[in-house]
Design a protein around this ligand. Structure first.
Ligand SMILES: [Cu+2]
Length: 158
């Protein structure tokens, strides 16, 4: 019993002495915290049923350059990233596979530019609903946000 009592303070001292040092060493070695924030996500339903819906958002990278490599939703249907182009008054769009962006330069998906297209969206999704969108990145952990669903004729949310 006497041995045990003597031994305990020694163990506590050893732990206390060891604990802070490795922790701060780890923090020093790690690069700055890196994560991507996705904000202002919204989806505009098509004017005509059966046509694709479009989606918009802003993504901002933390410490390092990033790229969106995939966007998914639990709703059935296909989800693609697109880029609008206008050439001599003709506007068209093409699918883009990955979208790189720099830290400190938020990436905007907005009407007339880059956008999401949601094909065969669940027809029960209606204005006022939210739809989960999950973004996968080249470096950062995936991010899931709730996109606000609006009608075809509604103005873009502020
Ligand atoms: Cu498109």
């Amino acid at each position: 019993m006497r041995i045990l009592l003597l031994a305990l303070p020694a163990i506590c001292l050893a732990l206390a002495a060891c604990d802070p040092a490795p922790q701060s060493a780890t923090r020093m070695a790690e690069p700055t915290e890196h994560a991507v924030s996705v904000t202002d996500a919204w989806i505009r339903l098509p004017a005509v049923g059966g046509r694709p819906a479009s989606g918009y958002f802003t993504a901002a990278a933390g410490a390092m350059p990033e790229a969106i490599v995939n966007v998914t939703s639990p709703s059935p249907g296909r989800l693609e990233m697109h880029e609008s182009m206008s050439d001599g008054g003709m506007s068209s769009m093409r699918q883009i596979e990955t979208v790189p962006f720099e830290a400190g330069e938020p990436l905007m998906f907005e009407p007339g530019g880059k956008h999401l297209m949601l094909f065969s969206l669940d027809p029960t999704v209606k204005p006022g609903d939210t739809l989960a969108l999950t973004f996968a990145f080249s470096r950062a952990q995936p991010v899931t946000v709730q996109a606000q669903v609006i009608a075809a004729g509604d103005p873009a949310p502020e």
